[in-house]
Ligand binder design. Structure first.
Ligand code: HMS
Length: 232
């Protein structure tokens, strides 16, 4: 019962992914953390969403070690663990293979700001982290993916509090937030913005980005004065 609160939070968040059309079969996973206990609850690997229950959520520490649970944690568990360990203010992480966000990740492209829908949520192009390649996979793929995401943000001067989403090149998106519910919200927003951007470019290949002045005006209308952080 010690972890029932984050198992319930993780379960409810995971069940939103199929409802929002963000996953197929057993793709994707959500975790919810208790930072005081230094653990998170995560979806078990390969279990269909319709067979999930709060009790099946596996409890893992921030080094990726299973603390409680008989099922194997998600294959992306170490990516979640790396991000919880190094990004102190996140309480929930989502990984999906949602169609349009994954297509931009496979194309190794950032998602440009073409309009105010994007600007409502991010004042920068949604970053695509470089794909993993052989000489990067020292430990294991999932562990290195977490560092790949953090290195991308460091190189671009982005903070994980401002931008709560990333594409991992040749793989798929990860999103996060203070809660698992916010991370799920960010995954749904990312997929919608990725779809709109794809359609925008298919209608007008040389579509122009929204001007920074308009991005600033629009973002601050929703997030308050001086909240704009701009393109790096
Ligand atoms: O990213 C991947 C596979 O590339 C995983 O998210 C997906 O297959 C779900 O795996 P898990 O069932 O969480 O182990």
């Amino acid at each position: 019962m010690k972890y029932a609160h984050i198992q319930q939070e993780a379960y409810e968040a995971n069940m939103q992914l199929p409802k929002l059309g963000l996953v197929l079969f057993t793709f994707g996973n959500v975790s919810a953390a208790d930072r005081e206990l230094g653990v998170f609850a995560i979806k078990p690997s390969g279990v269909p969403y319709e067979e999930l229950s709060p009790e099946k959520m596996v409890i893992v520490d921030f080094d990726g070690n299973t603390v409680e649970g008989s099922l194997r944690p998600s294959s992306d568990t170490k990516t979640h663990a790396v991000l919880y360990k190094h990004w102190q203010h996140i309480g929930g992480i989502v990984h999906t293979h949602s169609t349009y966000a994954t297509a931009w990740a496979q194309a190794l492209r950032d998602i440009p700001i073409f309009g105010t829908t994007h600007a409502d949520h991010n004042t920068v192009d949604i970053p695509c982290a470089a794909p993993m390649h052989d000489d990067m996979i020292k430990g294991d793929y999932e562990y290195e993916t977490g560092f790949q995401i953090m290195n991308c943000f460091k190189e671009r001067g982005l903070t994980y509090e401002e931008v709560e989403m990333v594409l991992v090149g040749s793989h798929a998106p990860f999103t996060w937030g203070k809660t698992a519910a916010k991370a799920v919200y960010n995954s749904a927003v990312l997929e919608s913005v990725a779809h709109m951007a794809y359609l925008t470019e298919s209608i007008k290949a040389d579509a122009l980005r929204l001007k920074d002045s308009l991005v600033k005006k629009h973002y601050e209308r929703k997030h308050g004065p001086d909240s704009y952080y701009g393109q790096q």
